[in-house]
Design a protein around this ligand. Sequence first.
Ligand code: PLP
Length: 349
Amino acid sequence: MKKNRIDIDLFSDTKTRPSQEMREHIFRAEVGDEQSDEDPTTIELCDRVAGLLGKERALFLPSGTMCNQIALAVHCGPGDEVIADETAHIINFEVGGVASTAGAMVRTIKGENGIFTAADVEGSLRHGFRHMPKSRLVVIEQTSNLGGGTIWPIRNIEEIEVLARSSGLGIHMDGARLMNAVVASQISASDYAKYTDSVWIDLSKGLGCPIGGVLAGSHEFIEKSWLWKQRLGGSMRQSGMMAAAGIFALDNNIERLEDDHKNARSFAKKLSEIKGIEINPSLVETNIVICKVVSKKISAKELVTKLSKIGIRIGALTERELRIVTHLDVNEKQIEKAVEAISKIMLTA
Ligand SMILES: Cc1ncc(COP(=O)(O)O)c(C=O)c1O
């Protein structure tokens, strides 16, 4: 099927392509057999991420999804229950892996823009009646993707940790966009991560790498994670080629996430001025913008189709909701062009 050529891709921050400098860094990478702990660049990346997150060790994995899957499998046994927001990636976009990989089930919380409180967790806990599943793990998605890039307040995480410790629950942080939260809030990654048992960052989103996530935790957690990495086919060979991109991203692509946040805020503000679109720009905290198409004349999906015909891609979450994600491959000018195009389509719909 022939696809339209896309010049401005705001569908996701996964659409970033490795820059020339990143490719040169990859080219020069020292490599070895990762599966036998012989790849020096992968070891360096894991040490760097463990340090960044304040954890004992880290593990390089091909994707963020595998980071989640392995963490769930290490924390949970068959029949255990995972508590997460109903919008969580682990529930909606990992093909039921909570059940098929970890054998666990989920208890959802209807949080506010993807964020819940210790009281919500308390209300979801099972209380040891023998017919019930065992509450085992709380999953925090920092930032919340379907919540619109919202940042978990550190106070919520702290309070959830207190409850978790007294209730025998573990805490896992899906940190696909943790670094966006860090840059926007000026709270360090290790401060967010210190309340968790496991946490990972994605290299292939706003950080601009082609591949990879890095999962971190205690020495024991990573030992167990290695077994799952091998079991799932996530052990690699000369993975330094990809780890080198990760090291480059840690050095060059974190602080600049603020540009993406600025672009997202400006996008949201301009959208709020378009008749037929509803958005509260003050809710935009990082690089994700979710808005509603309230006009009866056009649906979100129709708007997306019209935009794709002129080389602009954004996502429709539902018939009425749009998601726009800013990243290092879209600049201010392109943002303006995209808003102008939306405005024009809405005006003529
Ligand atoms: C919140 C969240 N978690 C996990 C993932 C999975 O990451 P990956 O695409 O690297 O598998 C994504 C990807 O979009 C995500 O947004």
